[in-house]
Design a protein around this ligand. Sequence first.
Ligand SMILES: C[S@@+](CC[C@H](N)C(=O)[O-])C[C@H]1O[C@@H](n2cnc3c(N)ncnc32)[C@H](O)[C@@H]1O
Length: 279
Amino acid sequence: MAATNETSFPERNRGWYQDDLTEVNEPIRKLLESYSKVPSSEVVKHVNTIRERGFASNPYPCIGLYRFAILTLSTHPLYKTIVERLKAPNASYLDVGCCFGQDLRQLVQDGVPSENLVGLDIEGALMELGYDFFLDRDTLKSRFVVADVFKGAEQGKVWTDLVERGIDVLHCSAFFHLFTLDEQIAAGKQIAELIKKDGIIVGRQMGSVKPGNVAAIKADSFSYRHNVETFDAMWKEVGEATQTRWKVEGTMDMIGINPSSPVEDENSRRFLFTVTRIE
Ligand SMILES: C[S@@+](CC[C@H](N)C(=O)[O-])C[C@H]1O[C@@H](n2cnc3c(N)ncnc32)[C@H](O)[C@@H]1O
């Protein structure tokens, strides 16, 4: 099922639909075998089937290039602290742009009560497919909400319930980097109103040693890639606009970076961040 020249499925020919996997990496394989009870011999086929269905509904690079099969949150330096924090009664976690909700399932597997966890995405079909991926439609007590981060409270209860509840840990991976800097600031302002004081925003996104605009996946549009300093400046601007204050920490490395990939270059870095609400 490699990229083809079929005009009936042009999305496959944009460079971010890779060949089917023949092996599945250990962290997600372990999660699928132990949490979802997918037989070991079926894991590769299962991941390929979900990728095919996901890409047919939303042809994002993160689906075509199997990024969803790389667990991110568990590689964050604060992961153990996050798991302990989320085990507390009434603790709250929100995964913004959760897609299939793979990191949320890893938290459940690591002992976090699933009712403390909420996934949010603009595409309900991807969250629905998450149930088929993890085979937990009848057991998982987490909520999944279809919402647009940019619309915030104008969407009504779907958003204001989250504001009222207040979030301790918000996970937001491969999300900000989809947008221009102005759009990221607008999204940051909406997200800021969800976080409790001392709450944190953690995630991984594509960073760059030369921060600035790169071509986005939509034709003739741009998205902005940060380094730690520009991300810090963005959260200062968000803080000033929302009467909040944030401490930004981050690291950039080459883990999982492939400069010859259609969505990366020699300046690309994996950017792991923690943004703590201090006021
Ligand atoms: C690149 S994927 C990342 C998925 C996942 N967080 C990960 O790291 O694998 C971005 C996700 O953000 C969602 N998204 C895009 N725009 C959004 C918006 N305005 N509000 C909420 N979710 C959005 C997409 O539907 C998609 O699932």
